[in-house]
Ligand binder design. Sequence first.
Ligand SMILES: [Zn+2]
Ligand SMILES: [Zn+2]
Length: 425
Amino acid sequence: MKQQHGSKPQSIHIIHQDHAATISTPKRQHLGKLLAAVAICISGAAFGQVARVNPWAPSNANTPITAASIINGVWLKGDLHVHSRHSKESSNNPVAKIVAFSKSVGMDYLCITDHDNHVDGDVAHNTWADPDFKSESVLLLYGAEWTTTRGHGNVFSAKPYDHQQLYDVRDQRDTLIGRVKNKLGIHLSANHPSGKDHFGYSYDIIQSLEVWNSVLWSKNAEAIMIWDDMLSSGRKLTGRGGSDAHHGVPETPEQATPNSKQAQANYVGTPTTWVFASARTSQAVINALTNGRVSISSNPYAPRVEFYADLNQDNKMDMMMGDNVKSTGKPVKFRVQLTGNIADTAAYTIKVIKNGGTFGTFQATAGKTPYYEFTDTPATTGRTYYRVVVEGPPTAYPQVPQAATLNGNMVGLSNPIYFNFDPKF
Ligand SMILES: [Zn+2]
Ligand SMILES: [Zn+2]
């Protein structure tokens, strides 16, 4: 490369001389200066004297970033993508049935996300106005599946909002949609980002994406690839799950439809999204979702993946998934921990992803609380992220008996721990 660059200034100089005779004096002087400047630039680059600086390149963030408390909070589990009878292609799935089922499997929160196009955007007078849209134990988020020609996204909100406004702008430019979304104060999330009805809007108008849609984990490989690409580009986007269940178990044989068998394999909780919320409120669930304090498990009974980092090697964890700090250049100790139903003999494999590539694949310790610790030093300049994928024996989900078979060995997925991501991006 150096040799090529080195020859260029000379050939430019020759061209300059050849053309000089036919050009008027003032023009010639101007052109001469211009070409001389070009020649200096090129020869400078050849010897590394002029370093081009991309003003948008990730910098060593000047703002100190600190992580929120990793102690004061509560783990809450739920499903963020479920269809009720208010979606036209749903069967045997009234709101009351979904809420009762969610309660019976210990869900803390739930978002019923019916297709908004089936009710012309009027979710407020359909799903939310359903007399059964209430629960004393399960936090019911307000939301809908934004169902457009350019794909699907889910809205999550702690309180009712004017969904009609989002429905009305679905074919407008993304800049306008982003403004409407911000005005409504809602969390927007890309659904099933690869394949049919993939989210065809800018990822700059969303806070999260569905990296694990339905019990069929193996179908999510491209969604994961998109997530890693977005993370690598500096977008701090939360990965979340969603069963996208449409069909309930019929009460009687006459109510069965060709889709009824789906409820035996894919229903509320396949997968389950865990959030570390500051309180047991709908708003805290959404805040945790936005902040990325989230992990996904194959079902409500499967172990929960927790991912922490100790920044100063005092064996006290200082940050968890979703948190973003400035790298000090010192080694950081990471801890992956599994909590919940663990069989004594179970062996779990932990795959650590660093900046989109595999950092390593490790075996967790055996016992009731399997964990794995590793140390790495995130670079002081540029961004770094780490996330983990856990595989192991499937956990039975008796209410959805075929789920464990379809899900295979996939146990759970963490969100990333971030270093040097621009908090103002
Ligand atoms: Zn969809
Ligand atoms: Zn859906």
